[in-house]
Design a binder for this molecule. Structure first.
Ligand code: DP6
Length: 340
């Protein structure tokens, strides 16, 4: 694998670069850590990087800044959210041997609270932009390991298309790798937004709670088999096999969440209504499956012949606020000449 090409714009008083990355939807989930400090996931996970939900981040390191400044969609981060970004920048500063603080400006092209994890695209774009700014040339694999330290799912967003994130015993082992390019398979992900409310328990906390569920170890053992089935389904483009795996692991993950102490119940009545709708469609012979992340919004996985009709029908369901149609998209990249 070659190195990621870097195009920093630098002067004596500023080092600056911009990168973009897409969010991803996991078909088998990362839930729970083998090592929480290093964010080494308890199990392997497989995702699709999405084309329509992307983050663009500019990082500028400057000698005159007293501390890091971070804005996301025009709002300055403070408290734990700011600390998380600043700690991540410390990792990169450590590699480059530089102490300069940074100004970070990040924009999402999807609304906050739309049920799309901005941490995956956000930390992938941040890691690449900061590495480019500092002139650090990482292999894509090492970039994904670094992105993982900011957010586990961000390791997958470094790559486009269909992506596998390995668990591991050591930091070196836990990296993502691309399985297939975006054009391997035109799967559609219809993101059904039933709530835009901020989630009560962020996934970072949820990962810590996973081992408190009696079902956690059982799920981790089962996911190994599900990943085997999923890799086989991807290689054969067997949509029914892929969909069955995605639904089973989404339900297993939510069973772990629901049976943690304290219990995490992310679903709303509308979540269940969409699940029932998808299962009814399958009885009618329509190829559609669901998956759900750490929130109430549902991702409906389907194929091109059904996408327009299902999107319209989902929009008509009571309580559905929006449907965002996505396809497999590209991985993270540096933007050489960003518009100011
Ligand atoms: C349910 O990557 O968001 O979306 O490392 O704390 O940022 P942090 O967690 P995060 O966890 C992902 C949880 C999930 C499943 C998945 O995307 O694999």
């Amino acid at each position: 694998m070659g190195e990621i090409r870097l195009h920093p714009r630098s002067s004596a008083s500023e080092l600056r670069a911009t990168a973009e990355a897409g969010a991803n939807i996991a078909l088998t989930k990362y839930w729970g850590n083998a090592d929480a400090d290093l964010r080494i996931p308890a199990n392997d996970s497989v995702s699709i990087t999405l084309d329509r939900a992307r983050t663009v981040t500019t990082v500028a390191f400057r000698p005159d800044l007293p501390e890091d400044e971070v804005t996301v969609d025009g709002r300055a981060l403070t408290g734990p959210a700011w600390e998380r970004v600043s700690r991540h920048l410390d990792l990169l500063r450590g590699r480059a041997g530089i102490a300069w603080r940074a100004q970070v400006v990040s924009r999402n092209n999807f609304p906050a609270g739309a049920g799309i994890a901005a941490s995956a695209s956000g930390f992938a774009a941040l890691t690449l932009a900061a590495a480019a700014t500092l002139g650090l040339a990482f292999s894509p694999r090492d970039l994904s390991r670094l992105a993982r330290r900011g957010s586990g799912s961000a390791a997958r967003s470094v790559f486009g298309g269909f992506v596998l994130l390995h668990t591991g015993v050591r930091d070196e082992d836990a990296f993502a790798e691309p399985l297939y390019a975006p054009d391997w398979w035109d799967i559609r992900d219809l993101i059904v937004v039933v709530s835009r409310a901020e989630k009560a328990v962020p996934s970072g906390e949820g990962h810590h709670l996973a081992p408190t569920s009696a079902l956690h170890q059982a799920r981790v053992a089962r996911v190994a088999e599900l990943n085997r089935q999923l890799l086989d389904a991807l290689s054969r483009r067997d949509f029914a096999a892929l969909g069955q795996v995605a639904e089973e692991d989404a339900l297993l993950m939510h069973a772990v969440m629901m049976t943690s102490r304290p219990s995490l119940i992310y679903w709303l009545p509308e979540t269940l209504a969409v699940i029932h709708r998808v299962q009814a469609w399958r009885r009618e012979g329509i190829e559609a499956y669901f998956t759900i992340d750490a929130g109430p919004n549902v991702h409906v996985l389907t194929l091109p012949p059904y996408a327009d009709r299902l999107q319209a029908d989902l929009r008509a369901l009571p309580g559905v606020q929006d449907v965002i149609p996505c396809r497999p998209g590209p991985g993270a990249s540096v933007i050489p000449n960003p518009a100011e």
